[in-house]
Every structure is written in structure tokens, then in C-alpha cells.
Design a protein around this ligand. Structure first.
Ligand code: AMP
Length: 193
């Protein structure tokens, strides 16, 4: 099983009101610390982003936040992380998050999370990178999107091999295990550089 050094988590800048989503976010943060994996994320102090960063920091883990200067100046940047990179744009932020990380997890989120998830899948599809990507399908949060991806395959718009690169699990431990196994696969697509 592949040992990750850094996992990037995409998640909502809103807290939401579903206690199971909150609990799963905290659980993932605890697991990252237990497995000695550094968290890379968008650098925000708000919503599920702030919650996972606080969870990892409070347990002695390591967190790197990457945030555009403008967003930080709007006072949503996290002030107490292991490292905070301020960059000039959302594009630079995403490219640096992808470069630093060994794998990607999308927790429940909105448009920002969806953008990051779709972009990592696209970069894998194009061979710009080869790193495992998974969604935490807590309470079926991502099920309609997964169903849509299956529709894309059925309608011959999306290749089955590309669809298969997205992993989905309902609990954080299973998702981390699945990502680790996937990155260790013999498929040349997943030989890490
Ligand atoms: P959303 O899912 O629309 O709430 O957006 C959250 C995702 O977009 C996160 O994974 C971040 O990388 C990015 N993002 C959105 N808002 C912020 C913010 N205020 N501070 C930092 N990152 C943000």
C-alpha cells in the first residue's frame, strides 16, 4: 500500500448543517494525523475547510494552506497553520495544490469543490498528472454526481477507463485505503512520478 506524504482535501467554505458531514470531516482530520499525512488545502479559516485544518493542527499534525492574497485579505485566510502560501490567483493556487499533493479527496462542497474535483480528474485524463482522486460519499452526498458520470459513460461521452479513475467511499478510513491501493496499482496510468 502506498504511503502518502501529503493529501489535498477539497471541501466547502460553508459549515453546512449535517452533523454526519461535520463528524466525517473531523474523522478525516484525525486519520491524517494518525497516519502521519500532511493536509494540503485551500487555506481558508471558514466552513469545513477551517474545521479540517483546526482538527489536524489541534492534534499536532501538519497543514499547508494555499490561498490567493485577495481571499486572505478578505479575512477568510487561516492564521495558524504549519505553512501558508499566498499566491497571485486561483489558478496558481490550484496548480500548487496539485503539485504538492500525492492524492486528492473531495468532501462535501459547492462550486469551488466541484471545480477542483473536476480539474484533478481532467488533469489525470490528459496525463498532466497521475495521482488518485476520491470523493467521500457521506450520506450519498455525491451520488447524483456519480450517477451523472455513469450517464456520461452510457452515452459514450466519457471513457469507462477515465470514469474508473474516480474513487468513492462512504467513510474516511476506507477512502484513504482505497486511494493508497489505487496509487499502487500496476496500471501504468497510476505509476507515480
Ligand atoms: P466551495 O465548495 O464553493 O465552498 O469552495 C470551497 C473550495 O474552493 C475549497 O476547496 C477551496 O480550495 C476553494 N475556496 C472557496 N472559498 C474559499 C475561501 N474563502 N478561502 C479559501 N479557499 C476557498
Amino acid at each position: 500500500m502506498q504511503e502518502f506524504r501529503r493529501v489535498c482535501v477539497f471541501c466547502a467554505s460553508s459549515p453546512g448543517t449535517d452533523p454526519e458531514i461535520t463528524a466525517a470531516t473531523v474523522e478525516l482530520g484525525k486519520l491524517l494525523v494518525e497516519r502521519d499525512i500532511e493536509l494540503v488545502y485551500g487555506g481558508g479559516a471558514v466552513g469545513l475547510m477551517g474545521l479540517i485544518a483546526d482538527t489536524v493542527m489541534s492534534r499536532g499534525g501538519r497543514v499547508t494552506g494555499i490561498i490567493p492574497t485577495d481571499l486572505f485579505d478578505d479575512e477568510v485566510g487561516h492564521e495558524s497553520l504549519t505553512a501558508l502560501e499566498k499566491v497571485d490567483s486561483m489558478h496558481t493556487r490550484k496548480a500548487l495544490m496539485y503539485e504538492l499533493s500525492d492524492a486528492f479527496i473531495a468532501l462535501p462542497g459547492g462550486f469551488g469543490t466541484l471545480d477542483e474535483l473536476a480539474e484533478t480528474l481532467t488533469w489525470n485524463q490528459l496525463g498532466i498528472m497521475a495521482k488518485p482522486v476520491g470523493v467521500l460519499n457521506i450520506n450519498g452526498f455525491w451520488q447524483p454526481l456519480l450517477d451523472q458520470f455513469d450517464t456520461m459513460v452510457k452515452r459514450t461521452i466519457l471513457k469507462p477507463s477515465n470514469r474508473q479513475t474516480l474513487l468513492a467511499e462512504q467513510c474516511p478510513a476506507a477512502l484513504l485505503d482505497a486511494l493508497a491501493n489505487h496509487s499502487n496499482s500496476n496500471d501504468p496510468k497510476w505509476i507515480r512520478t
